[in-house]
Design a protein around this ligand. Structure first.
Ligand SMILES: Cc1cc2nc3c(=O)[nH]c(=O)nc-3n(C[C@H](O)[C@H](O)[C@H](O)COP(=O)(O)O)c2cc1C
Length: 383
């Protein structure tokens, strides 16, 4: 990992090590990927004010997320099937996050189960919930997350129906999965990936396996999931979830001021301004373009978190300047995971930490709570 100096380096390494079908699954956005691209290009368009001769020797990146102390304003977001990017992917990523002192979120659609992850790590992690039509199953998932002492429940609300990613269909990574011969040959050509997957002995949806009657294995559970996303999901369900879940509730997938206000009224501890990394409504605005309005509307009562396109510490600084309390990352740490397992995830976090630290210094900032619009340049990009 010595010559890895950026998230892009991790991405290139992951591209070589992870089978194409799974790498494409990480990379892709829905449909023509307009929103995926907007997430990155709008972040890139935000410029900083370079400040000089400010004493920045007392820099400190630590802050709080949902009242918990963290070493930097960053959390690892939920990513389905992380355990197929690298064997035991969820456990390794959670280890890395906890070693650094930031939260890790387990997806409902993880390869490892809640119980297995709770046993493998030292501290509580967050659990992300997809609400399935089978509300009995949803109730049991919430109860399992509570029994595992998860620190927060993250309710994802931007997926009442799944958006389409063209490459997943072409690669047979649809629901249910039916991988093509060319994909199987490609997998066989990735020996370190194959060894990690074989030795993990986990290759199905850990949170569903054994909990859905008559279903086992990635294919039939995948089919079940595909039929279970609930297009009736509404604010009433949030009330119901709150009546079962006693802890902190994060609502993920807010991109509109009206919805942000409704989330605050529903009693969410925090919300995440997110368009699911450009994987759901194609043509939706970038997350960063919606962040200032949402933060202004509800930031004084509800903690506003941000994700979508964060690939550097500079991007974290941009989001914080525009009103986010902290950021979440998806692809950036998944590249690290594919590139080098736990040490790859650690590398991804370390790269971003250093970039944030240097960018704070060069914008004249010592502490996270000093970051505001004053770090941003009003000059527009020329050329
Ligand atoms: C491969 C992949 C799988 C994802 N799976 C989930 C999931 O299971 N649940 C969820 O709420 N969000 C999921 N997301 C969305 C991420 O949590 C996050 O919103 C998004 O990745 C942020 O954008 P970024 O990848 O540009 O950082 C997934 C994203 C990716 C890239």
């Amino acid at each position: 990992m010595k010559n890895i100096t950026s998230i892009e380096d991790l991405r290139q390494l992951a591209r070589r090590k992870v089978p194409t079908a799974f790498f494409d699954y990480t990379e892709a956005g829905s449909y023509s990927e307009e929103t995926l691209r907007a997430n990155r290009s709008d972040l890139n368009g935000i410029k900083f004010r370079q400040r000089v001769l400010v004493d920045v020797s007392a820099r400190n990146l630590s802050t709080t997320i949902l009242g918990e102390q963290v070493s930097l304003p960053l959390a690892l977001g939920p990513v389905a099937m992380a355990g197929l990017q690298h064997g035991n992917g969820e456990i390794l990523a959670c280890h890395a996050a906890q070693a650094v002192g930031i939260p890790f979120t387990m997806s409902t659609l993880s390869i490892c189960s809640i119980e297995d992850l709770a046993q493998a790590v030292e501290r509580p992690f967050w659990f992300q919930l997809y609400v399935m039509k089978d509300r009995g199953f949803v109730r049991s998932l919430i109860e399992r997350a509570a029994a595992a002492k998860c620190g927060a429940l993250m309710l994802t609300v931007d997926l009442p129906v799944p958006g389409q990613r063209h490459c997943d269909i072409k690669n047979g990574l649809s629901v249910p999965p039916s991988l093509r011969i060319k994909n199987l040959i490609n997998m066989a050509s990735k020996p370190s990936w194959a060894a990690s997957i074989v030795s993990s002995r986990r290759w199905t949806f850990g949170n569903l396996d054994g909990h859905v009657k008559g279903m086992a294995g990635l294919k039939s559970l995948g089919q079940w999931v595909g039929s279970q996303f609930d297009d009736k999901l509404s604010w009433k369900d949030v009330e119901w979830i709150k009546s079962i879940w006693p802890g902190k509730l994060i609502i993920k997938g807010i991109l509109d001021v009206e919805d942000a206000k409704a989330a605050a009224e529903a009693g969410a501890t925090a919300l995440i301004v997110s368009n699911h990394g450009g994987r759901q409504l194609d043509g939706a605005p970038s997350s960063i373009s919606m962040l200032p309005k949402v933060a202004e509307a509800v930031g004084s009562t509800t903690e506003v978190l941000f994700d979508g396109g964060v690939r550097s510490g500079q991007d974290i600084l941009r989001a914080l300047a525009l009103g986010a309390k902290s950021c979440l990352i998806g692809r950036s740490y998944i590249y690290g995971l594919g590139a080098g397992g736990e040490s790859g995830v650690l590398k991804a976090i370390e790269i971003m930490r250093k970039e944030l630290d240097v960018s704070m210094a060069l914008t004249g900032i010592n502490r996270i709570d000093e970051i505001g619009t004053s770090v941003l340049s009003r000059e527009r990009d020329v050329g």
